[in-house]
Design a protein around this ligand. Sequence first.
Ligand code: HEC
Length: 136
Amino acid sequence: MLHFRRTVESGMNRKQPRQLRSLCVVLVTLAYGCLNSGEQKKKKFFNQEIKPLFQKHCIECHGLEEREAGLNLSEFRKIISGGASGPPIVWGKPEESLLMEMMVGGEMPPKGNGLSSEEISTIKQWILLEIGPDCD
Ligand code: HEC
């Protein structure tokens, strides 16, 4: 009886590290999935909603040919790496994002009609996407 119990226990002990290891794999996969989906969400929103706005208002000076202050607003990756002043977006904080500040302050675009308040609120919504865990 005693002998039997010991075999069962040592059997369980041997199994534990493997279970722990698979638990780790699951957790890392989940964490990566969440981070990644946040990024994917922002990129998708950019392509659908923001890109057309930048093309309309900004790209003549911040695109492939002209790149004022080193800022290229034509692609998601290029935007987040930013220009002369660094990344122009602080995710979750539109009021601290240079890009937002310059549009709201009427500095960008420097000529012509600025963005409508509707267009500005769409961009604000995009910057706010980061708030909270978004694992869905
Ligand atoms: C007619 C040309 C023109 C248009 C259109 C334009 N910009 Fe600019 N932008 C500039 C110039 C010139 C600078 C650099 C001078 C400055 O910083 O004031 C600049 C600088 C910036 C900067 C600062 C970049 C840095 O790293 O210092 C941001 C952010 C910016 N623009 C955003 C925008 C956005 C967003 C739009 C569209 C809503 C836009 N701009 C449209 C000419 C333009």
